[in-house]
Design a protein around this ligand. Structure first.
Ligand SMILES: [Zn+2]
Length: 378
């Protein structure tokens, strides 16, 4: 028997939607949600398809699900065992597997949330107010996606109490891991300024590498303080260093270092910037700082407890409340002061050739989502 979640996942995967395409996914989602009483608001920006679907509930509080309909490129099509947009279901000794781009990241997750809602509505279960925040700009620049949805909701005073981001958070089994925060990212380009000259006449030159070396040593020695609870320590890596003309007898006039800093919520952008500037103090430099992603952390409390209790009820698993991995759209929502947690399928094949998911995972995640919605409290 094909489950509702599997059916929906197949329909979404067959809509070929590499970033920033939506390929009709959000219209299809509307066709499923409108009969359940959801109203769609389009927040399309710069060619990106963004939708807010909302349904006023019978219970207190507003719970939102956030996700994306775009997928990463397939890579070489001929390397795929099953065509990436055909959504082939293949039976195997351990059950069936759904193949295709977006099965794990994250059309499968969206399908589970939709299936959970459809079943709860059909059973006339009293529900909180529900929202789905869906963008087609997550895998690309993320400039006109979730951030625009959040801005719209802030302007209209419709921000939810809590958001589940359907990114594939789990490693071995559905429910083993949720992400309750992410590290932030700061990147910096530092140009050390000296004066080019002949190496036989150092008195007439100013070696930019000699200026850079002690400053970079001080940067690698920066004490970033105590990490926020549940987070790894802040890490600052010098990832590129360029200087010299290639000639052995020319003192370089400039040197350029590139820093990549992954910080925990115990640090913040302005502080990071001033610590680096202090390390370069007596050196002539020019900077270019880029706050690529803001760190966020949802504290322990009723929201995370509800999620973990639902997972335990459905699967028996004690869930890890993790903060690892790269960055996600959760940061835009958390920045608006909303509690955010990521919970989705396993992530064993995301962005890979032959992305796929075991169909029993879809059933498990649907059951977990359904339990969370039913037990949501503010
Ligand atoms: Zn994703």
């Amino acid at each position: 028997m094909t489950s509702l979640a599997l059916n929906i996942a197949i329909k979404l995967i067959r809509r070929e939607s590499p970033t920033p395409e939506d390929a009709g996914c959000q219209n299809y989602i509307e066709s499923l949600l409108a009969p359940l009483g959801f109203v769609r608001t389009s927040v399309d920006t710069a060619g990106i398809t963004n939708s807010i679907y909302s349904r006023i509930g019978e219970l207190k509080g507003t719970l939102a699900f956030a996700g994306h309909t775009d997928v990463v490129p397939t890579g070489p099509i001929e390397a795929w065992t099953h065509p990436p947009f055909e959504a082939v279901v293949e039976d195997g000794p351990d059950g069936a597997t759904l193949h295709g781009r977006g099965t794990q990241d994250m059309k499968g997750g969206i399908a589970c949330w939709l299936a959970a809602i459809a079943t709860l509505c059909a059973q006339q279960t009293p529900l909180p107010t529900l929202q789905l925040l869906i963008t087609s700009d997550e895998e690309g620049d993320s400039i006109d996606g979730t951030i625009r949805i959040v801005e719209y909701m802030q302007e209209n005073n419709t921000l939810p109490d809590a958001v589940i981001v359907g990114e594939p958070s789990c490693s071995e089994k559905v429910g083993d891991t949720i992400r309750r925060g992410r590290r932030g990212v700061v990147q910096a380009r530092i140009t050390f300024l000296g004066k080019q000259g002949h190496s036989a006449y150092p008195q007439d030159a100013d070696n930019a590498i000699h200026r850079a070396a002690p400053a970079l040593a001080r940067i690698t020695d920066i004490d970033w303080g105590k990490a926020a609870e549940g987070f790894p320590a802040t890490s600052c890596q010098i990832t590129n260093f360029n200087a010299g003309t290639g000639a052995s007898n020319v003192i370089p006039g400039t040197a350029e270092a590139f820093l990549d800093i992954r910080y925990n919520p115990g640090n913040h952008f302005e502080q990071i910037k001033s610590l680096i500037e202090a390390a370069c103090e007596k050196t002539e430099v020019s900077y270019n700082f880029d706050h690529v992603a803001t760190a966020f952390s949802t504290p322990d409390g009723i929201f995370l407890d509800t999620i973990c209790t639902s997972i335990k009820r459905i699967t028996g698993i004690d869930t890890l409340r993790d903060t690892g991995g790269g960055t996600s759209d959760g940061r835009f929502i958390a920045a608006a002061g909303v509690a955010v947690a990521e919970l989705g399928l396993t992530n064993s094949t995301i962005h890979q050739v032959n992305e796929c998911v075991a169909t029993h995972e879809l059933d498990t995640l649907t059951a977990i989502y359904s339990d969370i919605i039913e037990h949501f409290e503010v």
